[in-house]
Ligand binder design. Sequence first.
Ligand code: ARG
Length: 257
Amino acid sequence: MRRKNLVVLVSILLLVLMSVTLTGCREEVTPKTLRVGTSADYPPFEYVDEQTQEFVGFDLDLMRLLAPKMGYDKVEIVNMDFDTIIPSLGADKIDVAAACITITPARLEEADAVEYITTGQSLIVKKDSTFEPKSISDLSGKKVGVQKGTTGEETIDKGIEAGEASNVDVRRYTSVILGMMDLDAGAIDAMVIDTPVANLYSTKYNYKTTAELVAETAGLFVKKGNTTLLNALTNALTEVKGTTEWNNLMEKYFGGS
Ligand code: ARG
């Protein structure tokens, strides 16, 4: 009887010891994951590769390049509507926002950013369109698509508010892809998107860019006050910019421009 008790006790102790050791090991090998928030509707910055169904694009490949230099083993892409990305930083749902996000004073009140590329807001129409808007005033009486929460939306809203155009029917899309489909179907007359995105659609598909309304700078964003992460991101970016890896990414997604 006594001997049996001893065996039970020793077994229990062994089990406890084993589980402690195992947990210890597991903690050591847990990969450090960088959660990158994006809106994968914006080639060449972020989109879903039709063949592999993977999230690709300049921003996402860049983050995959920067993450190891920032001390992370893995990148997890978190896809969401554009207008929820910056709030997701504040809510700790993501660590970095990479979505061709224009740096604006309002956004810098909500989050911190490091700039990485120049861009702008451009007007795009169907390739065979006789309507070729060069400015906001040309949009009077027309249907214009914008993505919700973007500087493209803001540019159009402010222009209308300032009286530059009247009777504009502004269609607000959660996804740029839906807007481009409506443009293709003739349901809207023009769409406002970032210049490099407009250039890609003009070169590869049935659209043409008619004007750039405003020049902008885009940044990679982190939660407001997270200086450790912002510094790591800035340093990694400085390290990578101008290297062959960076140039290859530029060439792959922007054709060297
Ligand atoms: N640059 C614009 C902005 O920051 C639009 C960005 C849209 N990005 C996207 N992945 N859909 O407001």
